[in-house]
Design a protein around this ligand. Structure first.
Ligand code: ARG
Length: 251
């Protein structure tokens, strides 16, 4: 009997050491950060969170949901992490925890070559598309006199431009870059929007400080041993900036 109990205890303790699940939410229509390829979610953020999962001994399970549903899903603990090209903003920091920044971002204006949008001034009073709940949508609303059309998915905001429904789309710079190079037939132009530097981070539930610590340590280790740079170079063709802050503080 004693032997059986010892055996059972042994089995139980090994089970508790087995990798636990890490539920990760993303909105996979944001190339190169996250997108679908043959029905599988791929991209820089996806590989980053998988690498982090390995380092903290957790099995990453991805959920593809709407971008503006990510923070509510973190709050209800339907997901543990949002890995979705999410900008670290002051307003969001009041609702969720962020990891160390993993990408230095800026916003861009995407427009069709030959249209009247040739400078930022031309955007005043124009029809602009953006993805719902994003920093791009916030910016579009701030430009004087614009009519902003917001879409659940960033692809739809770009498609609206292609179809002539809007004059321009405001979206993250790397996404604009990828889009214009991958669709040369669309005569798409883009320009970085001045003074929109921001950082992307992984978001977590406000009470999950333990996970935030683990993730930050994994990111720091990946930066130190070169795995971060390898991944960064694979997706963005350049070295990761050496001067990314470790903590973004808005106080
Ligand atoms: N960086 C922008 C923001 O946080 C847009 C992110 C959109 N991400 C996505 N996977 N669609 O507002």
């Amino acid at each position: 009997m004693k032997k059986i109990i010892t055996m059972l205890m042994l089995i139980l303790s090994t089970l508790s050491f087995a990798a636990k699940k890490l539920y990760v939410g993303t909105n996979a229509e944001f190339k190169p950060h996250e997108y679908l390829e043959n029905n599988k979610m791929v991209g820089f953020d996806i590989e980053l969170i998988r690498a982090i999962g390995k380092r903290i001994n957790k099995d990453v399970e991805l959920k593809n949901i709407a971008f503006d549903a990510l923070i509510p899903a973190l709050n209800t603990r339907d997901i543990d992490v949002a890995a979705s090209g999410m900008t670290i903003t002051k307003a969001r920091s009041e609702k969720v925890l962020f990891s160390s920044p993993y990408y230095e971002n800026a916003l861009a204006v995407v427009y069709k070559d030959g249209t009247t949008v040739n400078s930022l001034d031309d955007l005043k009073g124009k029809k602009i598309a953006a993805q719902l709940g994003t920093t791009g949508a916030d910016l579009a609303h701030k430009i004087e006199g614009t009519a902003v059309k917001e879409f659940d998915h960033s692809n739809e905001a770009l498609l609206e431009l292609q179809n002539g429904g809007v004059d321009a789309t405001v979206i993250d710079l790397p996404v604009a870059q990828y889009y214009s190079t991958k669709h040369p037939d669309q005569h798409i132009k883009f320009m970085a929007y001045p003074n929109t530097k921001e950082y992307l981070g992984l978001a977590m539930n406000k009470d999950n400080k333990a996970l935030q610590e683990q993730i930050n340590k994994a990111i720091a280790d990946m930066k130190a041993d070169g795995e971060f740079n390898t991944l960064y170079k694979k997706w963005f063709n350049v070295d990761a900036p050496a001067d990314m802050p470790v903590v973004l503080d808005f106080k």
